[in-house]
Design a protein. Sequence first.
Length: 194
Amino acid sequence: MKQDVETLLTNLRTDHRNLAMLLDLLQGETQRLESLEEPDYELVHDIMQYMTSYPDAVHHPREDLLYRHILTVRPDADENLRRVEADHDNIATLGVKLRDDIDSIAAGTFVKREVIIGELRSYRETLLTHMYWEERELFALADELQSDSDWSNIDLGGADDRDPLFGSRVDRKFRRLMAGIQQRIVWDNQQYFV
Ligand SMILES: [Fe+2]
Ligand SMILES: [Fe+2]
């Protein structure tokens, strides 16, 4: 599937605002854990279920394609941009570990509070720092290059790109999460992020 880079960037930036809002919810649960309160593990589970599906399977691979697309016209940008793929691997690894530990707790396994707090903090900080970097470097360069009409279409392959939570239809497995989001915040995701 070919898409113009402008639409791709708009979609990626929308994803970032959605992800930042979810990280905000994770932060609230982290603070509850730190205050020795019982966190909403169901909410954390659902968020990590989403994080390890749509962002890891669609959002990040699209940014990898954008990075490769940039290199076709600006190979010299590689030194500055090449961390993007390693960042994505790292975020996926942290996310899966956190998701699995939350699942273990749900299954009755004891996991130390400090371990979960550390994983939550590390995941949030890593993803936020990464998204800020992308907005500042990767997306900014892509914005600049759009005036080159030969470059302005990108092949995204044929993968299913539907967002199962924030897309036009909420998937059954994310309905509880959507209800939780709507219950917790006045949903104006423009207030979130960059
Ligand atoms: Fe990314
Ligand atoms: Fe991103």
